[in-house]
Ligand binder design. Structure first.
Ligand SMILES: [Zn+2]
Length: 258
């Protein structure tokens, strides 16, 4: 059953994403949920927008980019075309992200975020969508994430975030756990765990397109984002294949506004 984000009193990260009220009329919504050939992978935040910020680890914008990059590799390995809204630490306006998703023919859109709450005990996965054509994809991603050991299922919900509200194609926004929670914040700082997150999301997307059993997990990708690694791991050489692109600039200290 769907609920609105506004009654939940959490998800500061999500509040940052709301915007104006323009919505495509229902007849313009495209149902590519089982026929898509491209996936627009959106790493939340970036540049001057750090997203959720914790002193004990990298800000949300860094871990979203890491999961999004790992996810993009896995989807390409499964013969899907991938468009990333950002591949570095740059600020991308929400409307530009919407333009990218709506300008990618025969696509779906997956936005990667981590959550935040003033109540540090709050934890778990949440997946959001708006178009009814995205409901099944949202449920599949949520189910796969909740198969991780110790996962807490906070449910699939409709929401008015701009990137899902203005999307013509099926669009979902995935909250991959709470950085404000001690255990989920620690997990988010772990590259192996982020690999698992990307793997579960990739499996849901590939099975949505090609059917259950179609996904074949590839070997773990090389480290793609040095800033997402704990300090002690950063001292080790980073093994990245040619063409992976440069590491990110150091994160800024600005967090979410009030
Ligand atoms: Zn966010």
């Amino acid at each position: 059953m769907s609920r609105s984000i506004w009654g939940r009193g959490v998800a500061l990260c999500a509040l940052f994403l709301a915007g104006c009220k323009t919505v495509p009329p229902p007849q313009q919504l495209k149902n590519t949920s089982h026929t898509f050939t491209s996936v627009v992978v959106d790493a939340g935040h970036g540049g001057r927008d750090s997203g959720a910020y914790r002193r004990s680890g990298p800000p949300e914008k860094v871990v979203t980019l890491d999961v999004a990059t790992r996810l993009s590799h896995k989807l390409r390995d499964s013969q899907l075309n991938v468009v990333m809204t950002r591949t570095g630490d740059v600020f991308i306006p929400l409307d530009t992200r919407v333009d990218i998703e709506n300008g990618t023919p025969n696509s779906i859109f997956v936005s990667i975020h981590f959550n935040d709450s003033r109540r540090r005990g709050v934890k778990g996965f949440e997946t959001y969508y708006r178009s009814p054509h995205a409901a099944e994809l949202a449920q599949n991603i949520q189910s796969k994430l909740c198969s991780l050991k110790g996962a807490v299922d906070r449910g699939v919900h409709t929401a008015d975030f701009r990137v899902v509200r203005k999307a013509l194609y099926p669009a979902v926004l995935v909250e991959c756990g709470y950085l404000s929670n001690r255990s989920e914040g620690r997990e988010a700082r772990n590259g192996e765990y982020r690999e698992l997150l990307a793997d579960k999301i990739a499996q849901a997307i590939v099975e949505q397109r090609y059917g259950v059993g179609a996904y074949h997990r590839a070997p773990a990708a090389a480290v793609v984002n040095r800033e997402a690694q704990p300090q002690e791991q950063r001292r080790k050489p980073v093994l990245a294949p040619p063409g992976e692109g440069p590491g990110l600039a150091p994160p800024t200290l600005s967090g979410h506004g009030p």
